[in-house]
Each structure stands twice: as C-alpha cells, then as structure tokens.
Write a protein that binds this ligand. Structure first.
Ligand code: ADP
Ligand code: MG
Length: 448
C-alpha cells in the first residue's frame, strides 16, 4: 500500500489482508488480468469486496503497472486442502494456476515475453531445446544440466521461468520447482533445525525439473554443497532435468567444490550477454506495448542509447518515466522529461559505474520488493531493513552525499539517512546473518 491515503493500520492489515490467499491470475482474450483472492468466509468476502478491491487494484497497478481486476472468493474446505497439498506435498494434480504458485513461477516470465536478439539468441535457442526434451541425455542433445550464466539483469531468471512454463504447458503432470539458491539454502537450514531433512530431500529429489537460480551464492558453504551434490546425483540418475544459473561459467565458480563444478559442466552452459542497441530498442518497444503506452521514438532511442548494461534498468527507466508523468498530471513523456528524470540512471561514459539508483534496484530485487516501496513511507519489515541497507551501500559504494541519497530515497532528511547508515554499521558487527545478507547484495551489485 504505497500511497499515504491507502496506508493501513496493523490491526486492519492483520485482520483483513493477512488472511487473503492470492490464488490465481487469469488473462482474458482482451489481455485483461484478474487476480482471484481466496478468503476464509462469506462475511469476510462481503466486507473486503466493498472495502479493499479498489485499493488492491490500485496498489497492484502502482507496483506492477498492470491493470488487474481483483475478485474475492470464499474458500471451500476442499480447496483449502488442495492448496496446502500443492505447497506441502508434491502431489500430482492437473495444471492450473495453483501449480504455478507451488512451482514458484512468475506468470509473466514466459518465452512469449522474452525478446530475442544477438545477445541472447543462443541462450534462448538452447532453452527451447531443453524445454522440448527435458532430461534428455541422448548424444547430440545432452542438456542436463542446463547452465545459464551472465551479469545481473540480463534475463537469466526470465529464461529459466520460461522453460518451466513451456514444460508445464506441454506436460501438465510435470512436477517443477524453481528456487533461488538462498531459498534452497535457507530451507535446508530450517530442515536441519527442525529435524526435517527427510521432507526437504523428498521435496527436492522428487521433481521432474529442478531450477536453482544464482547458484554462485552457495560458494563457500560446505553443508549445502554436499546436499546439492546428492540432490544433483539423485535427479541426474533419474534423467530429471536440472537448470542452473550463475553470474559466471561453471569452471569459474572457485568457491564451489570441484565435483559440483565439473557436474555443472556435464550438460550445456550458455552465456547471456549485455543487449546490443537493437535488442534494447526491441525490449523497450515490447514493454511499452504491454503497458499500453505509446512513447515517442526519440525517447525510446534516448533510453536505449544511454542505458546499456542491464535490462532491468531499461525497464526501470520506462517505469520511472510513467510514474513521473502520472505524478505531474499525465505530463507528456517527451525527450526533455526523459533527460531530467533519467539523469541519475544515465552514466553514458562509464556504463559500469555503480549508482544509487542501481543499488536500490538490486536491494529491492533481493528482498522481493519494489523500488517504489523502498522510497515510500512506512516502516514495515522487510522494507525498513532493505531501506537501511540501501542507504548503507549507497554510502559505501558511491560518492553520493547523505543529502542526495535522502532526496533520492523518497525525500528523507539528512538525519534519517545518517541513522540508517549507523544502524547497519552497528548491526553487521553482531548480527552475522545480516552481515551475510549485506555481503551477498554487495556481490550482486559488483560481482568482483
Ligand atoms: P537476471 O536473472 O539475469 O538478473 P532477469 O531475468 O531478472 O535477469 O531480468 C531482469 C528484467 O529484465 C526482468 O524484468 C525480465 O523480464 C527483463 N528481461 C530480461 N531479458 C529480457 C528479454 N530478452 N526480453 C524481455 N524482457 C527481458
Ligand atoms: Mg535472476
């Protein structure tokens, strides 16, 4: 709930929002989205329909820029069971949107929305080949594991999800599981703590396709590497498809055990490169069309010329322009507005320079929140911690002043920024988990 007038009290949040279960997202033939939210009872439904449908639609659009109808439905007992089963067991069930949820798939990351250009055509073609015959170990089409590598924001995650969607579409029975390497690690730690290893193993070893994203983050952590080694072997022997991504090729994962590194290279490894100008233009055009906008060619060219290294930032630039134009009574998006608004994001002579904007993007991505939330008011977790970390890293990794960072982060005053920086500086000394998180994010921002 980003806008002040929509700010909710903790009581309202806990009573009405927390029990909601996002159940499915449907798209009709006209491309309109409807989000179905399951709620506990009929009276509950009546109340939230009146009170929150509009707020939710608006908030969803603010964050995702997708217009989405919100519809509530009452939870049947049978459904409650089914939903839990999908999450807890790996019970086989017909493909539906719950399946996407339990596989952790983003409905928007499909081959349909993936723009192909020189920088990613090999990765894309191989991804399709994998999607067409997952698990194949035949000579000439041995794609197991499929390993995608390249820099931040170049489409690795999008491509992984696309393969998973394709396989599900053609084989609704397939059991698919996508996780970040952090989730894979954290669930392992939880399983150890709760003596649940059996369940953990059965979850990861009884799938048809396992996708683990950003595998470089398990470097240096021995126990999880051992676990992954056995998971890998179990799946590989059953000819189940394994798909991995990383910021570098298998052999350069120096913090990883040799036996994992060599296994990662058994199948095929492809690189995604930074997009060339044509691809950048095509990606911007495609997004603009999806968003139902019609932006001046000059503006699109300006963005494509100046933002070179990262597709997430290309998209971020467009989002920022939309937002600015909306805030200024739908001001026309022209080259002047683009130049002013995108000043901070553009570093024409040094595309690899780390900016506060970029740091915010990476932190938000890490916490699975939006940059808008980082900048908004409110102290909810994990947003508050994410915000402190953003400030801390902006101070460490850029030359921006506290005042400038404050302005950029939702017009916060100097003392707030000083405080944020302090909070992290002190906490990382005693809180090793936080320290690890900060280090991980640092690596994401600057892989060296
Ligand atoms: P990575 O995992 O490599 O860091 P992501 O897959 O998260 O990158 O991509 C970052 C953003 O850019 C996502 O919103 C994604 O949809 C978009 N994106 C990346 N590559 C493409 C592409 N080829 N076509 C369209 N959008 C893309
Ligand atoms: Mg990714």
């Amino acid at each position: 709930f980003l806008r002040d007038d929509y700010e909710l009290s903790p009581v309202s949040y806990n009573t009405w929002i927390k029990p909601m279960i996002p159940t499915s997202i449907d798209k009709d033939s006209k491309g309109n989205y409807t989000l179905i939210i399951t709620v506990p009872s009929q009276p509950f439904k009546t109340y939230v329909t009146k009170k929150y449908s509009l707020y939710l639609s608006v908030s969803i659009e603010e964050v995702t820029l997708i217009k989405c109808n919100v519809v509530f439905r009452e939870k049947s007992e049978q459904e409650t069971k089914k939903y839990q089963n999908t999450l807890i067991d790996n019970k086989r069930h017909p493909v539906n949107n719950l399946k996407l949820l339990s596989a952790n798939l983003d409905p928007l990351y499909t081959f349909d929305t993936f723009v192909v250009g020189k920088s990613n055509d090999l990765a894309h073609a191989t991804a399709i080949a994998v999607a067409e015959s997952p698990g194949s170990q035949n000579p000439g089409e041995h794609y197991n594991p499929f390993f995608i590598y390249g820099g931040v924001g170049l489409g690795k995650t999008h491509l992984m999800h696309s393969i998973a969607h394709y396989i599900l579409e053609h084989n609704p029975e397939a059991i698919i599981l996508y996780v970040s390497s952090e989730k894979f690690l954290n669930e392992y730690i939880d399983a150890l703590k709760n003596s649940n290893l059996q369940e953990y193993r059965s979850k990861y070893r009884n799938v048809d396709v396992l996708l683990i994203d950003d595998i470089q983050f398990i470097g240096g952590k021995d126990a999880i590497q051992e676990e992954l080694f056995h998971t890998f072997n179990a799946l590989y022997e059953q000819k189940k498809q394994i798909i991995l991504s990383s910021d570098r090729p298998p052999m350069e994962l120096k913090n990883l055990e040799e036996r994992l590194r060599s296994r990662f290279a058994w199948g095929v490894a492809v690189e995604i490169f930074s997009p060339d100008f044509e691809t950048r233009m095509a990606i911007l055009r495609s997004k603009e069309e999806r968003d139902g906008k019609n932006i001046d060619n000059e503006v699109i060219q300006f963005i494509a010329t100046n933002i070179k290294s990262n597709i997430r930032m290309l998209e971020g630039a467009l989002n920022k322009l939309y937002a600015m134009s909306r805030l200024n009574k739908n001001q026309e998006i022209d080259i002047e507005l683009a130049k002013t608004v995108l000043k901070d994001m553009i570093t024409p002579d040094a595309p690899t320079k780390i900016t506060s904007e970029y740091i915010a993007t990476v932190v938000a991505d890490h916490f699975n929140i939006t940059v808008a939330e980082l900048k908004a008011k409110g102290r909810k977790e994990p947003v508050a911690t994410a915000r402190h970390i953003t400030v801390y890293l902006c101070r460490k990794m850029t030359n921006d002043t506290q005042t400038k960072i404050g302005q950029f982060l939702g017009d916060r005053d100097h003392s707030t920024i000083v405080n944020s920086e302090d909070v992290i500086t002190k906490r990382i000394v005693s809180d090793s988990e936080l320290n690890q998180t900060v280090e991980t994010i640092k690596k994401k921002i600057s892989p060296q």
